[in-house]
Ligand binder design. Structure first.
Ligand SMILES: Cc1ncc(COP(=O)(O)O)c(C=O)c1O
Length: 382
């Protein structure tokens, strides 16, 4: 099997699985318990927090462990909106956010918050000046995705932060779920207040993530409970998953340049080959994250091609995994001005440092064969 759906999720690294198993076998105590056995689990969490903070270039107290990207985005957005509603009720975001941001903000819209959804250009990029122009006296939160999960475009996070420096009361949240390990982001230099991470996107486990919360920023907690995670996120910690996440992040960050170089080599080869195939339109702009390629084979629905490629041994996706079953056109591509046909036919190939050039060559061969077969059927049925 050639697995090219790494933006949906990655294969957990063997060391990650081992760490998870070991912690759950030997240190299964509750980290909040009074006894020393629980204390050992607490120590493991403390160590993992320190390691993750160091790898993310921030302080340990600024890390809140969560169940993943969806929870991190909800906690950041709703937690900030509820905490700072006394300052105003206006939120700025973009038309190409992940559903966990888009739908969290839509829930806020229903209870009286006002939202400006910024449009993007044909490369899927937001103009920082549009952020400046959208700011009002009521603005309390700006939430921007760093690397788009469908097409891989990178938003100008630092340029936007230059603008927001003049508005110290506005909270700046960045969804970095697709960027980590591929597109560096210096959280302090970019003056980000809140930033979301998810372990299963960097060879960690599903159900683990963390939210960076800059020192001094406050959030209204979403979960009422036992006051874990410095009261920001109640719930017994997933000790094994947290330790495993620290391991996965170390593997992703310490080999970052090598990983990116090898992914880029594969990406450049795939792009060159895709351009040679008739009726394929590549949507990902030249300047984008190294691991995502989005294209449409004109005349074919994305889901048909996904299934046919799976039969040929290649796993890819249409849009993001959570939206792919809705069978609606990609909202990101529509926002970029793509036609409805192109947006319905979109295929996402997403790479990891585990993929090889050999797989890329096999994929192109499988794709060409699959397109020939499908196009013959389409022509016959006309
Ligand atoms: C950009 C982005 N944000 C958030 C999420 C949600 O993360 P999780 O699957 O950990 O809930 C995803 C997952 O696809 C994503 O791609």
């Amino acid at each position: 099997m050639i697995y090219f759906d790494n933006s949906a999720t990655t294969r957990p690294h063997e060391d990650v699985l081992e760490a998870f198993l070991k912690v759950n076998r030997d240190f299964f105590g509750n980290p909040s318990s009074l006894h020393n056995f629980g204390g050992k689990a607490e120590q493991l969490i403390t160590k993992a927090r320190e390691q993750i903070a160091e790898l993310a270039g921030v302080k340990p107290a600024e890390i809140i462990f969560t169940s993943g990207g969806t929870e991190g985005n909800n906690l950041a957005i709703k937690g900030a909106a509820f905490q700072y509603k006394g300052r105003g009720n206006h939120i700025i975001s973009t038309e190409i956010e992940h559903s966990s941001v888009k739908n969290a903000i839509k829930q806020l819209e229903k209870i009286g918050f006002r939202v400006t959804w910024l449009s993007v250009n044909s490369d899927g990029i937001v103009d920082p000046e549009a952020v400046r122009n959208a700011i009002t006296d009521e603005t309390i939160l700006v939430s921007i995705i760093h690397v788009n999960n469908e097409i891989g475009t990178i938003q100008p996070i630092e340029k936007i932060s230059q603008i927001l420096k003049n508005y110290p009361k506005i909270i700046y949240h960045v969804d970095h779920v697709q960027g980590i390990g591929k597109v560096p982001l210096d959280l302090y230099r970019a003056a980000v207040d809140l930033c979301t991470f998810s372990a299963h996107k960097f060879h960690g486990l599903k159900g683990n993530g963390f939210l960076f919360k800059r020192n001094g920023i406050r959030l209204e907690p979403l979960f009422a409970g036992g006051n874990q995670e410095q009261k920001w996120r109640s719930g017994t910690e997933n000790t094994g998953g947290i330790v495993a996440m620290a391991k996965a992040l170390r593997l992703a960050q310490t080999n970052l340049q090598n990983n990116v170089d090898s992914i880029l080599q594969i990406r450049n080869f795939l792009l060159e080959e895709l351009k040679k195939i008739d009726d394929i339109v590549v949507h990902t702009p030249a300047k984008a994250a190294p691991h995502i390629i989005n294209f449409t084979a004109l005349g074919l629905k994305g889901e048909v091609l996904v299934h046919a490629l799976e039969d040929a041994g290649c796993i890819v996706s249409t849009t993001s995994a959570c939206s792919s079953k809705e069978k609606t056109p990609s909202s990101t591509l529509l926002a970029m001005g793509a036609s409805e046909e192109a947006a319905l036919g979109a295929i996402r190939v997403s790479l990891s440092y585990e993929n090889t050039m050999g797989e890329a060559r096999q994929f192109i061969e499988a794709l060409k064969k699959t397109l020939d077969q499908l196009n013959t059927v389409v022509r016959r049925n006309k």
